[in-house]
Design a protein around this ligand. Sequence first.
Ligand code: SF4
Length: 497
Amino acid sequence: MAREFYSRERLAPAPAAFHLLPFKFTRFHGKELLVNEAGEFLFAPPGTVAHLAEERFDMRSGLYQDLKAKHFLYDDSSSPLLDVLAAKIRTKYDHIMGGTKLHIFVVTLRCDHSCEYCQVSRQTESRGEFDMSAATADRALAMMMDSPARDLTLEIQGGEPLVAFDLIQYLIPGAKALASERGKNLDLVVCTNLSRVTDDILLYFRDKGVKVSTSLDGPAFLHNKNRPRPGGDSYEKAIEGIERSRAILGKENVAALMTTTAASLDYPVEIIDEYVRRDFHSIFLRPLSPYGFAVKTRHRTGYEMGRFLDFYKKGLAHILEVNRRGYRLVEVYTQILLTKILTPHSTRHVDMQSPSGQIWNVLVYNYDGDVYASDESRMLAEMHDRTFRLGNVHRDTRRTIFTGDSALRTFEASCNQALVGCSDCAFQTYCAADPVYHHATQGDMYGSRPTSGFCARNMEVIKHLFSLIEENDPDTMRLLWSWIVGEYAFSEVTTCV
Ligand code: SF4
């Protein structure tokens, strides 16, 4: 006798109705790509969004279950799941909790290099009036320690900070003593071109637990072109300094960053191979910032964003190939975005956050005590635009800095959730607001997305990454996942130039 089974409808009656949760969408390669507030995404057949909006949806379909599981809608059986969504959204915005963590001290504008794209408008080595005084350092340290953040990073930069090594020796013990008094964890980073580094300096850094971040723009012909110095040997100095620093500090405490000038655009493979040759395991394919001296020299160093995007895509393809050959090399911009796309986590990278990381996550103390919203806004000030000057350590407190006109105006333009163009962009959750960039390039902190280089870059890179995700090549996805979990996942990114 044939056994009778209850019908599927009797065992799991269809819910009476469903309700939409907030999400955004875009057409993508003939499909629809839906992204919700927590950054969860779904590739769906064309017409899905219209059917949802018109409530014409087969609530027994696999697609309905996927949409429900990924929090694009809910029904009567969903209530516990909404708490999960709330927790995911809280995790996504974790970066705004806890106060300003990154504190950049510009101890001098003096430098022995004369890079055409210099973002700090450096001064010649003899001009000591561009050094931070001990009194200013004390006040800046006191303001830094007033941050409610438990984990603080003191990043010392310039100019070339090693020309003011005396001040570094004054700052670091003072910072350590105050951090210990206040129960804070303190990370120390010095951003240096390494041309003046000596074993004595490095031994001091080792004793104090200081990490070093330097610049490496590619092979000798490119680095020496981008970063001229007397003798034309900035590359040789950088390589010698990297090796010397690694020998004393340990390889894991020495990082390098590159800047992409017009001269770099034809050489993505050569730049990446230089990083491999020098045994680095991460590289950040960064575009040139439209600030500081780079503005004066943009006819020589600048380029259209489209050219940078070609450079990035060729570079990423080569980096994946390098990984396939067995050498682990992470591209940091990709890593930041994939962390946002594929995981519930936020990142600590201050340039890719909404609300913007400027002020919330980073403060810059200039040599003269002026406080800025970010390193880029301090570079603008060197070009006589003090829009993002928040105050001065000798006259202000953390409270007056955060409640002053400059900070409040910046905060208003800091959330891409509320910016025209971004507010209905499918990629808003992964992207950022950058009031300083838009003020510098468009004369308006809010900015206009159709002509924004920031938007063009992020839109195209995010689409490129979604193309890789859609292709779902197991080998590529395994590599990309390995960048965001495990040994190669980053714990922090410094902003050194
Ligand atoms: S900047 Fe562009 S890509 Fe980013 S959220 Fe705004 S509109 Fe979207």
